[in-house]
Design a protein around this ligand. Sequence first.
Ligand SMILES: NC(=O)c1ccc[n+]([C@@H]2O[C@H](COP(=O)([O-])OP(=O)(O)OC[C@H]3O[C@@H](n4cnc5c(N)ncnc54)[C@H](O)[C@@H]3O)[C@@H](O)[C@H]2O)c1
Length: 298
Amino acid sequence: MKKKEIVITGGLGFVGRNFVELLDVKLRDHTLIIFDKSKKNLNKLNLNYKKNKIIIIIANTLNINKKLKKYKNIIALFHFGEFSRIVKSFEYTNECFTSNTLGTFKVLNFCKEKKIKIIYSASSSKFGNKGKDEHLSPYSWTKSKNIELIKNYSEWFGLKYEIVYFYNVYGSGQSYYGKLAAVIGIFEGQYLKNQPLTVVRPGNQSRDFTHISDIVRGTFLAWKKNLNKEYLLGTGTSYTILKIAQLFNTKIKMVPQRFGERLASNKINKDAHRLLGYKPKIKIEDYIKNFIKKNGKK
Ligand SMILES: NC(=O)c1ccc[n+]([C@@H]2O[C@H](COP(=O)([O-])OP(=O)(O)OC[C@H]3O[C@@H](n4cnc5c(N)ncnc54)[C@H](O)[C@@H]3O)[C@@H](O)[C@H]2O)c1
């Protein structure tokens, strides 16, 4: 019998790789189709179990139809393959719209036509300021509009979906430097280089930080439901950026505020817990303590 196929767009990115590694542990006899426009992180993918067939397709979601034409047994598509950073979306606006709007439109049509369930990686960045923060950046806006489109596609064409909201994901495989580095990765990179941690003013902007292992577990649980629902995978606890920097117990340097910076994004509902039995296991404080222990400073 032909193996069931699962597509993971952005499967070589930070979340995507961790998710593929989880599928590799949890599933057997499936074909995992990793679909990513860049192969630069291929060597970071760690597959130890090999109970599934792995296919890697390096291509843009704009061409998803053509690239996946021969796969007739796809049962789910996890969509992580988008431009993924708030502040950088002002600089890389074209890339952001190409992936998040044009690319995702192709992905949705592909899922609609092939009757494939989509699991979409949404951003909690839209929740701040009573929902007005969806307008704060090209990133937040495009991600937020995709959610509306997915729900409309469900109403109009019967598209099956689950939407998982991520909150400032950190942990194994995150970037320390470059345009895709986020705050915990940046702080770790600075700590390792013995540099002061740069806190963006005012410093009291607060975030809910969620460990990657919790995020991928929540996403897996959501896939198993057939509810067309949204699941908020945050921890429910927010920290200011300054407090996070202080937990590293090292020097801190305040840097000017940036355009698009939001103050808070702490909305949480209980559906992930109630419907999925999801409860985040890792606390950011414990993670930072462990990081410091491992990296030799007191
Ligand atoms: N990391 C977080 O804190 C966070 C928070 C909220 C939501 N999300 C969402 O989760 C998803 C994954 O985030 P991440 O942190 O792993 O980002 P990432 O940048 O590490 O990974 C994204 C991957 O998608 C690929 N990609 C981008 N555009 C593509 C396209 N058009 N076609 C094919 N591949 C494409 C990139 O090459 C990259 O490998 C994104 O949709 C992001 O918006 C992430």
